[in-house]
Ligand binder design. Structure first.
Ligand code: ZN
Length: 408
């Protein structure tokens, strides 16, 4: 009997992790890790939660009265292979779907069960690609960046340039979304109150684009929403008009599911904060709207977003100077001076493979061309006359390389 129960428990845990892996929101796990690693974070996230509850409890104070909230978005697309670059169309289609969900304009709102129609809400929140960067230069709001890293995990390294990812734009003024190849799951978000340097949403490449709803769910977390089951058995999501429910829902049920005594309404598995299939999700509630709006109230964690200039007209229209490649992308050459074999190390930047290195002498005459066929390319210079030589190459991203060496 006891062994049987343990077995059931193990099967239950296995199926939970499998489901989590497949459906892929790991925000809860990420928040848990964050607060374990940094006790100050635990405090800040708790304070943000307390503040949200205070705003909700005192409807006459600190409420927003300025209509639609418009959030400037910057997408950091980290790619290793060029097929991992997102297109402008993908980004636009994704944000359009996101906005339809938050404005309750999706065609599938008709699928919201009749018992929940009266609590379904137009959240009056919209997301737009930034038009001005933090220095008020013109931007498309989409930054594509090559990285030697081929896949990412839930450790926030994609949020740091030093770790071969991309630093966020000031997260008090922009919603940062990192789109990159992820291992095992679809995405996660930081909760209000999180460390500003790590604040934003991460979406796996395969969960990003037209028709994908992971970003809707994660944007809900980013504005303080919890999973609809409160992340524990019949838990509390801090929202009154979402029925208590036992746990997450998978697939897309077709009948009322009564748990935690929530009959006759049953589980609200059509809510964006459940784990049902994308095609099954179609509502946020008025209570969830109030909670999300509360994070923008004066003094609340995301209030600063309201004074962002990210959606204003840029003040500077010239395109920014190309930034110097990060140190981890710089090509290394050795030995220099050289007598027989020169080595050029491209190991972090595979974009050079197949490209041509042009070698010229001091007066600009071409001496040799070499096709790059290895991450560390050897060039035989035994027959070169002693003197100064230049190496030049350009890759498909327009990055050029110029190096000088001395043949003894
Ligand atoms: Zn989630």
């Amino acid at each position: 009997m006891k062994a049987g129960r343990i077995l059931i428990l193990i099967i239950g845990l296995l199926s939970f992790s499998r489901v989590t892996a497949q459906l892929g929101c790991v925000t809860t796990e990420h928040t848990r890790l964050q607060v374990i690693n940094d006790p100050l974070q635990a405090n800040a996230i708790q304070q943000a939660e307390t503040f949200i509850r205070q705003v909700l409890a005192s409807p006459n104070t600190a409420r927003l009265e300025n209509g639609i909230i418009r959030i400037p978005v910057v997408i950091h697309n980290l790619y290793h292979t060029t097929d991992q670059k997102i297109t402008d169309e993908q980004a636009v289609a994704q944000l359009e779907l996101l906005n339809k969900a938050f404005r309750r304009q999706n065609a599938d709102t008709v699928k919201t069960p009749a018992v929940f129609k009266s609590v379904a809400a137009d959240c009056e929140i919209e997301f737009h690609l930034a038009t001005s960067d933090p220095l008020r230069r013109a931007t498309t709001g989409i930054i594509r960046k090559y990285t030697p890293v081929s896949t990412w995990i839930m450790d926030d390294k994609m949020k740091s340039s030093a770790a071969m990812g991309a630093d966020p734009w000031d997260s008090r003024l922009y919603l940062n979304i990192w789109v990159c190849p992820m291992e095992k799951f679809a995405g996660y978000s930081s909760m209000p109150g999180s460390d500003a340097k790590l604040d934003g949403i991460v979406i796996g490449l395969s969960a990003f684009g037209a028709g994908q709803k992971t970003l809707i769910h994660e944007a809900g977390h980013w504005m303080g929403l919890k999973h609809i089951w409160g992340d524990e058995y019949c838990g509390d999501d801090g929202v009154e008009d979402t029925p208590k429910q036992a746990s997450y829902t998978v697939g897309c049920p077709t009948t009322t599911r009564v748990t935690c005594g929530n009959g006759p309404l049953g589980d609200m598995y059509n809510n964006y904060m459940d784990f049902t299939n994308d095609g099954c999700m179609n509502l946020f509630t008025k209570g969830q709207k109030a909670r999300m709006q509360a994070v923008f109230a004066p003094g609340a964690a995301r209030n600063s977003l309201l004074s962002s200039a990210g959606l204003d007209k840029p003040l500077i229209y010239e395109s920014p100077l190309p930034e110097e490649d990060p140190r981890w992308l710089q090509v290394k050459m050795y030995p220099n001076p050289v007598t027989t074999t020169l080595y050029i190390d491209f190991s972090y930047d595979v974009r050079w493979l197949g490209k041509t290195i042009f070698i010229s002498n001091l007066v600009g005459q071409s001496v040799n061309n070499v096709t790059i066929s290895a991450k560390i390319q050897a060039i035989d210079v035994t027959n070169f006359k002693p003197g100064i030589y230049f190496l030049a190459a350009k890759n498909d991203q327009g990055v050029s390389m110029k190096l000088k060496f001395i043949k003894l």
